[in-house]
Design a protein around this ligand. Structure first.
Ligand code: 6PG
Length: 244
């Protein structure tokens, strides 16, 4: 791979999912051994569903000390938690309802109701967990990338891209005609580990731009992700990595 060691290319989406589940389990074990807990922000969308299902299965689930895992969310859609579009619902069905993570350790990002209030509420919840740190120090932030280059709910040309102080933002996304609640780029960039999962030929051209084109984060928000003191990895399948 000519892009450098942080992009790993796998044969297909199933292999990306298997490698991501492995990385999750490995980072959970290391974090619990070193600090007694593992804090992870989950991604929404479709790509991570098979990762979550693998983590819930016996191969991975039994290796993870679920009572020490604290689950957060990178973004949420403006829907209640039982809606088919809810990122919480997806993670809950694929993973959280199937493992021994204590309900008190699952920090849902509210989608229903006022987005600005939900963003403030979630920032308070993060601050209660991470203490008086300048930024949240997640052990792992999982991310996807949309075919327009967005990540979490940091969409092209939206206000949240400019956020420099808040950990969580309400973000109006004109092309969706909807509010989203999202971690901000500086909050993601404070993590110890960030893992992007990108699969499918439909993302190949954009992945190339994000990784290779001149920096233009207003157009390619995924370019904002660059941990200050952490590891950034991209796991892609061959189809998504075809143009690299
Ligand atoms: C969401 C996300 C979003 C997602 C990308 C990729 O709520 O939609 O968290 O950032 O990761 O849109 O989604 P897919 O994996 O479905 O392509």
């Amino acid at each position: 791979m000519s892009d450098g060691p942080h992009v790993r290319v796998f044969a297909d989406a199933a292999e990306v999912a298997r490698a991501a589940a492995g990385r999750f389990a490995e980072l959970a074990a290391r974090s619990v051994a070193e600090r007694g807990a593992f804090s992870v922000a989950l991604a929404g969308g479709n790509t991570p569903r098979s990762v979550y299902e693998l983590l819930a299965g016996s191969e991975f689930s039994e290796k993870i000390d679920w009572p020490s895992v604290h689950v957060f969310f990178g973004d949420e859609r403006a829907v209640p938690p039982d809606d088919a579009e809810s990122n919480y619902r997806m993670a809950s069905e694929a993973l959280l309802s199937r493992v021994r993570v204590p309900p008190a350790n699952v920090h849902r990002m509210k989608g229903e109701g006022d987005a600005a209030a939900n963003a403030r509420l979630y920032e308070d919840e993060l601050r209660a967990f991470f203490g008086d740190a300048a930024w949240p120090r997640f052990d792992l932030v999982m991310l996807g990338m949309g075919d327009d280059g967005h990540t979490a709910s940091l969409f092209p040309s939206t206000a949240a891209l400019e956020e420099r102080r808040a950990w969580v933002a309400a973000n109006w996304v004109e092309k969706l005609g909807a509010w989203r609640v999202t971690l901000t780029a500086p909050a993601v960039n404070a993590a110890r580990n960030v893992l992007f999962l990108v699969t499918g030929a439909g993302k190949a051209a954009r992945l190339r731009e994000v990784l290779r084109a001149r920096r233009d984060p207003a157009r390619l928000p995924s370019q904002l992700i660059s941990p200050a003191d952490g590891a950034l990895e991209w796991f892609a399948d061959r189809a998504a990595a075809a143009d690299l």
